[in-house]
Design a protein. Structure first.
Length: 461
């Protein structure tokens, strides 16, 4: 798609104008940025001028015209919100934040159940009717949600197969390699009530757009005192692939998991991918959906219920992939498969491991983890990300809310074991790359350490 051509450039009209009438920071005591006469002349009664602006893309123009005269409605709504907000640094003086308890409120929207109900809890399916690849599971979820809700549209660098032909360029927008640009457009569309799905070629490239993700999408609901939801999904491959080097191999789970206002999902199986992506699209808040490129081609069994178009999984609920009584192993994304294979090896040696697929990093299902640890009395956490300040560290260490160590410390019969990627940029050489990330044998050794150390302590008691 050509973003700018000569014809569109000539037609480019007015832009959104915002005048700083006061200083950017409240620390600066200067009362005004501009002279009084300038403000009166250009701004009038201290009000920002909001002028209509058209998207350069014809597809966007047509799509927005269907919604209250297109972009005029966008800026009318934005003008109303500006009146509500006032100037950002003065928002603390509004009636929306008069008490100290309000500081913990309105980070997220009201409810996820906006279109169709989600699953009410963790469900285990007794029979699988077919196998489906993760790639097909994601594609089917996108297709069904776009068919069910005309406000859903996709934009990004690698648009999903078949959807362009079915829904057209107005709802499936192939963008240039300008992550900051199309992510900003997506966030703006979400402000207006559309439900964009922003797709990155890899989440490593999303760093170009991280300002929009964190400062715009994640914080707007809170900064507007709950008046503006941002129903947007940021999705794409996350974590190491194979031989793509340090700049394309990072796991961003802990990065985004630290941000209030974001929900961070990490699917493993085809069922995870279908159910969680559907839940993310229906959610009123920004969701970071971290896929794994190495899993796209893998097939997993799916049940009849999971294939239903109304199916979705609850955000913030983990799944017990394998029940056990001797040690708890938590993992997410590709590492769930490693944990399951390690559990099979451990079973041959008399160790019955319980494997928890986290599914969601933020919010984290602490209740399921705590219940498992109180049963097994041992814990191993597995992740591909860097070891410092990682997801495993959040599970094990002190945090703002109660963690496993705080809640279940007295139940532990051995120190917690953490397995993570090496504390180095990812090497390019295949043999070194393998050493930089957890392997199945690492999980086996860690689980053995927790069990054998406990047994030795008991023998010496």
């Amino acid at each position: 798609m050509a973003v700018v051509d000569k014809r569109n450039l000539k037609r480019e009209r007015k832009t959104l104008s915002y005048y700083y009438l006061i200083t950017y920071s409240p620390i600066d005591i200067s009362p005004v940025y501009r002279k009084i006469d300038f403000r009166r002349k250009d701004v009038g009664d201290y009000k920002a001028k909001i002028k209509s602006q058209r998207f350069i893309s014809s597809g966007f123009r047509k799509h927005f015209r269907k919604r209250k005269s297109g972009m005029d409605a966008v800026f009318d709504k934005l003008a109303d919100k500006l009146k509500i907000w006032g100037f950002c640094w003065r928002c603390s003086k509004t009636p929306y934040s008069t008490g100290p308890t309000v500081i913990m409120g309105e980070v997220f929207g009201d409810s996820m159940q906006r279109l169709r109900p989600i699953a009410s809890g963790i469900r285990h399916y007794s029979s699988a009717t077919k196998k489906m690849t993760v790639r097909d599971a994601l594609n089917s979820a996108l297709d069904e949600e776009m068919a069910a809700d005309s406000d859903v549209f996709i934009m990004g660098e690698e648009i999903t197969k078949g959807l362009l032909d079915k829904y057209g360029p107005e709802r499936v927008v192939d963008t240039p390699i300008t992550e900051a640009g199309f992510t900003g457009i997506g966030v703006g569309a979400a402000y207006h009530g559309l439900k964009p799905i922003v797709e990155f070629m890899t989440f490593n490239f999303a760093m170009q757009a991280i300002d929009h993700i964190i400062n715009s999408a994640a914080k707007t609901n809170y900064m507007s005192a709950g008046q503006i939801n941002v129903p947007i999904v940021f999705r794409g491959p996350n974590g190491p692939a194979a031989g793509v080097g340090a700049q394309h191999s990072q796991c961003y789970g802990a990065w985004y998991g630290a941000i209030p206002g974001l929900k961070v999902l990490v699917p493993y199986s085809s069922e995870d991918s279908r159910g969680l992506l559907k839940a993310a699209i229906r959610d009123p808040d920004p969701v970071v959906f971290l896929e794994n490129e190495m899993l796209y081609g893998e097939s997993f069994p799916v049940s009849t219920e999971a294939l239903d178009s109304s199916f979705s999984l609850p955000i913030g609920k983990a799944k017990i992939e394998r029940e056990g009584k001797d040690v708890t192993i938590t993992a997410f994304s590709k590492m769930v498969g490693y944990a399951l294979k390690a559990a099979e090896i451990l079973e041959k040696e008399g160790i019955n491991a319980e494997v928890i697929n986290l599914r969601s990093i933020r919010p984290l299902d602490r209740a399921t983890i705590n219940a498992s640890v109180r049963k097994t009395n041992r814990l191993v956490t597995v992740e591909e990300g860097f070891p410092q300040h990682g997801v495993g560290a959040e599970i094990c260490s002190l945090a703002e809310h109660a963690t496993v160590v705080e809640d279940s410390f007295s139940y532990l019969d051995a120190p917690v074991e953490r397995i993570a990627g090496a504390d180095v940029p990812t090497p390019y050489a295949a043999n070194l790359e393998r050493l930089a990330f957890p392997q199945i044998e690492d999980v086996v050794r860690a689980a053995k350490r927790t069990c054998y150390r406990s047994a030795a302590m008991a023998a010496n008691a």
